[in-house]
Each structure stands twice: as C-alpha cells, then as structure tokens.
Design a protein around this ligand. Sequence first.
Ligand code: N01
Length: 530
Amino acid sequence: MADVDVVVAGAGFSGIYAVYALREAGLTVRAFEAGDGIGGTWFWNSYPGARCDVESKDYSYSFSPELEQEWSWSERYPAQPEILRYLHHVADRFGLWPYIQLNTRVTSASWDSAAGEWTVTTDAGAAVTARYFVSAVGALSQFQVPALPGLEEFEGPWYHTSRWPKEGVDFTGKRVGLVGTGSTGIQIAPEIAAVADQLYVFQRTANFAVPNRNRPWEAAEWSAFKSRYRDYRAEARESFLGVPVPGTGRPVLSEPLEDVQRLFMARWKAGGGMPFLGAYTDVLVSEPANDVVAEFMRDRIRETVTDPAVAELLCPRGYPVGAKRLCQSDDYYAMFNRDNVTLVDIRSAPIESVYPGGVKTAADSYELDALVFATGFDALTGAQLAIDTRGVNEATLGDAWAAGARTYLGIGVPAFPNMFLITGPGSPAVFSNVVLSIEQHVEWVRDCIVWLRDHGHATIEATVAAQDAWMSHVTEVANGTLFPRADSWYVGANIPGKPRVFTSYLGGCGPYRAKCDAVAAAGYEGFAVS
Ligand code: N01
C-alpha cells in the first residue's frame, strides 16, 4: 500500500491549493518544496520592484468566500512581500503546514505498473510512494543565466533576479549592469537606478510596457468591491483571460483612428495590460490592427524619453505587441531620462565576454561593480523536466517531450498514469490570471481522483489519440493569432536548442473550463481508466 494517496511537487500557489483541496476531499497528501519557504515564484523572485501585473483583487484564491472577505490587499497591484504574506496567511488559516516539507526538492518520480503507484524521491533522500503524483512545479521557475564567456572571472557579485539574496543587495554608489528587459528587468531597473552610481541596461530586444497606475486601495472602495466579490469571480471564471476585461467587441480597423486613439489614451491613463490588449477584437490576430496599437505605444515612449535616439532604441519593433508578454511599469521609460542610466544596444553589438572588471560588447567595454541577470526562465517545461520523471516501461518525460511538450488538456500525458500537471503546457495557464487557472486545474484533478476512488478505479492515463487531437487544436488556435511570430519564452526561443513550439492554449479560460468539465462529465473521455 502506498505511503500516501498523493505526492505534490511544489508549494507555490498551485501546490498550496492542491494540498488544501485534496485533503478536503479526504485524501492523504505530502507536498515537497525546494525552497526554505512556501510561495514558489513569490518566494524566489524577491528582487527589488517585484510586483504582480495582475490586479490583487484577481490574483488571489477564490475558493473560500471567508478568506476573500477577511483578507484586504493594500494596493491595486500587489508587491511580492504582500503576496508572500497572503500565502502564509492561507497556509496558517487552513492548517496546511504539516503537509508541506520545505527544503526538499523532488528529484525523480517513477511509475511502478505492478504496484500501481509512484515512487517519488527527493534530495533529502526520502522515497515516498503515492497513488497519484501532482506536479505543481510552476511554469516559470527554472531560471536561466546566459552562458557568457568569462562570467566566472567577474570580480564583482552577480545575481539572477529569481535567486535574489533574502538579505537584499545594496547597490548604493555602484556601477551595475542589467541584462534583460522583460517583465522582470523592467521592474528592477528603476529600483537599481534610484541608488546606483551608474546603471547600464543591456537591451537585446526592446519591450512594450504599459503603465500600471498602481495606487493604494481605499478602504471604502475595497469594501464596496468585496460586497460583490462572488459575482465578480463568477464572471472571471467564464472570461477569456480569467479577468473580466471590458472590450468594445469591435475590430480596431473598423473604427475611425481618432476614436481608437481616444480609447487607447483612456486605457493608458487608467493603467493595466489586459484592458489595453482586450480593447478590440483583432489586435492579437491581425498585423495591421496590431500595428495601430504598437504605434500608439511607441508614441508614448517618444513622448516620455527626452533623448530621441534613446527613445527610438526603446521603441519595440519586429514583433507584434502582446506576442511577447506585455510588460507593465509606471517608471521604466522615464528612468532613461536620468543621468546615471545608459541604454546599451546589444542587438547591434552583442555582449562578447565578461572580464574581471566588467562587460565587453562588440562595440565597447563597460566597467562594472555588479551584474544582474533578468534573463528569464526555461519556461513551461524546464522545471518539469528537471525531475527525472519515468512512466510506463521507464518511458521518460524528456523523451516524450523531445520535440516539444505534448499533453492532453495540459493535465495528462500518455504513458504517465495517475500523474497530473498543474499549469502544464497545453493549458491556458500562462495566458490567464494564473491563480484562477490553478484553482480550475486543481479542482478538476481533485474531482477526477474522487471519481476514480468512488468508481473503484485504480489508474487513469491520457490516450495518445486524445493528446494528439488536443495538441492539434492548441496549434490550430495559436496559428490563428500573432503569438507564434515573436521570439519569446512562449515558443521556447529564449533557450538555445529548445524546440520552437507554441504549446499554450489560446482558446480562453471559460471555453477551456467548459471543455475540461465536458471531459469529466463523459466519464473522463480521452483517458483510459482501469
Ligand atoms: O524573462 P523574459 P522575465 N543575452 O524571458 C533577455 C512573468 N513575470 O523574467 O527578448 C541578452 O520575459 C531577453 O532578451 P530577448 C511574466 O510572465 C511576471 O522578464 O530574448 N539578453 C529578455 O529581455 C514574464 O513574461 C511579472 O532578446 C538576454 C530578458 O532577458 C515572465 O515571468 C514580473 C539573453 C528575459 O525576459 C518572464 O519574465 C516578472 C542573453 N543571452 C516576470 N537571454 C509580473 O507579474 C535572455 N535575455 C509583473
């Protein structure tokens, strides 16, 4: 008999909720978390300026109306420490700590067909058997540092934003180099610029960023909002992105340009990325429509940055706006008006090497005291493949995904019975309010396990036919959009040698939920059950 019903890998938003939901269903659960605290992304990414770009009212659990009512967010967009406090509150309130083992990284998971159970091993040496293995390791948790020649000889400290020292870093009076201008780089740059002697921003690709217009929640406003939280959540669940976004319902190209500009300007002033991209129906599917938005944003950059040459370098080109994750910042572009900030174009003159005193590009050398890498993650698959996962007949997940990740619904993988992925490739998770997607996945998995138990079944396994059909659908939907046209982590382009495949589901959270529910209602159609 297995040690526990379910082993959960990871204790971020996914793992925490999995522990809660599975235990509520009467299952025995053990979660392993590599960090020395819970929180996943919000534990590791403690760099200065780390903040969620989904609003706090959305980026929180909806499963408990009591939790929803008793917790009050202080700001429109929650900062990392507040999100971490929230997750601690959840773990305290629901008594989850005894089921989560910290400082323990899952290293392998192996399916034993004869016993019908998983053996999960960790770097703490434990081997635990479980009937089900839930992988909640996160889509953006395997960080990547570029292989720059000479980095090991650099005399100063260097950091990756996703492994920020808990005691903080003092850049006062230092010359700092920042590599990476995605969501993370754009958040940390103004924080470094505020204290450093010099900040050099090494930009390979300019990024679009819309303002947050972050502000504190007023007490009266928050309590008024809370009084209709349930209705709001219901709407969010059926929405495309997991956040209700007021759109015009019309294509941008059908509107007079001055009306479009007026609406974009109103949304620019209100802040937030989703309302911006969701304003019109064709922005993410038609290049001419996308160009209208892109040019509007480039004009805002030109308006903000006083040096025209720097402004032009900051203007993103060559990919559709939104096809790389749209960034959000209230102060990134204006930061380039500071005397102590220099934008370095490493697209035209790439970094050639790091030397003990700094960084050498094809055009120049930069003396540096510290280096910061905001260079992202081996997204969607990296953390999953870091676990040596073996299914039927020792099949490895690495082999199954050698040409790109393939799943059924983002949840199941053929030859890996009783294994469930949370926010897996093939799901809409990274294109949504991920907390809402996490709840949907976890609840579906919980219901599935309960159904198996109640019907006396021992195993469930996605079929190859169902997976193939699902991935064809995922690809077909993606190919109808502009997303595959950008070199982004969505397609694996940021990791040298990674297969370029777009594996996220762009059909929307509401329709995806309906599909998952229909599969369950049909007795887990597309899965073999025994
Ligand atoms: O990582 P990224 P991120 N040499 O991959 C550059 C979420 N998130 O950590 O574009 C030089 O987006 C790379 O350049 P290029 C969010 O989903 C959310 O910023 O590949 N440069 C790029 O500029 C986000 O999308 C929040 O040419 C190199 C940057 O590094 C996801 O996490 C906050 C390089 C990496 O950008 C990842 O964001 C933060 C190299 N060898 C993150 N390799 C919020 O909620 C990479 N780069 C606000």
